[in-house]
Write a protein that binds this ligand. Structure first.
Ligand code: HEC
Length: 202
């Protein structure tokens, strides 16, 4: 029996090695399936500023010009998206929100089919923010779900719009009259961007 020990040991190491390699190869294959769905940089994502970003500029022209000299440009939009994502991480929004439509809680009825790898092939989704806890709803495809005004009312005091909400207020990103600070603009630009890489006819 003892002469087999070395054999089992080597076989065990071999199996570990194969499993290790496959756990790299399979995810890579699932990404590669989406030919043409190449990784997008922040500059590419921000090439065309969203209608919501334009609307922020129209609603708050003075503050917008202070924060973003030059107005609605790709560079300013990129800056807003990056800061929005940084704040989402820094404020630990991911403790309560996921960014991954899953096959639970009839989520598909609200957001469509479960999230796929190609949706995350870009600078604003890597490292991904899938999250694990879901005190609040998934936000992976939030774009256009609410208006900018709704977001402002909600950030200032979530109970303004959802009376039973347990989400904390982020009123310090806004003036008392609702005018956003740079952080307010950035968070809204980012939230209104989430889901733009999802393609329902994929
Ligand atoms: C303590 C948990 C908690 C934290 C932290 C939290 N939220 Fe929420 N959030 C909730 C809950 C609960 C709801 C659902 C009720 C509501 O709409 O207020 C919600 C709702 C939302 C909605 C509306 C989603 C929808 O589908 O209608 C948005 C947008 C949102 N949160 C953004 C954020 C952002 C951005 C942050 C970080 C700055 C954040 N939340 C931090 C708990 C949280």
């Amino acid at each position: 029996m003892e002469r087999f020990y070395t054999f089992f040991f080597v076989a065990g190491l071999g199996c570990f090695g194969i499993a290790f390699l496959l756990s790299m190869v399979f995810p890579w294959m699932s990404l590669n399936e989406y030919h043409g769905m190449d990784y997008q940089t922040l500059e590419q994502l921000a090439a065309t500023p969203s209608a919501e970003f334009v609307e922020l500029q129209q609603s708050y022209p003075v503050r917008f010009e202070e924060v973003y000299p030059g107005g609605v440009t790709s560079e300013n939009y990129a800056k807003a998206l990056q800061l929005g994502r940084d704040l989402y991480i820094g404020q630990a929004c991911f403790h309560c929100h996921s960014q991954f439509v899953r096959v639970v809680s009839n989520e598909q009825q609200r957001w469509g089919p479960p999230s796929e790898a190609y949706e995350y092939m870009n600078a604003l989704n890597q490292p991904h923010l899938w999250g694990t806890r879901r005190v609040g709803p998934d936000v992976a495809r939030l774009k256009g779900r609410h208006t900018n005004d709704w977001h402002i009312a909600h950030f200032i005091n979530p109970k303004n719009v959802v009376p039973y909400s347990v989400m904390p207020a982020y009123a310090y990103y806004f003036d008392a009259d609702g005018t956003p600070h740079e952080e307010g603009f950035a968070l809204i630009a980012y939230l209104q961007w989430l889901g733009t890489t999802y393609n329902p006819t994929h």
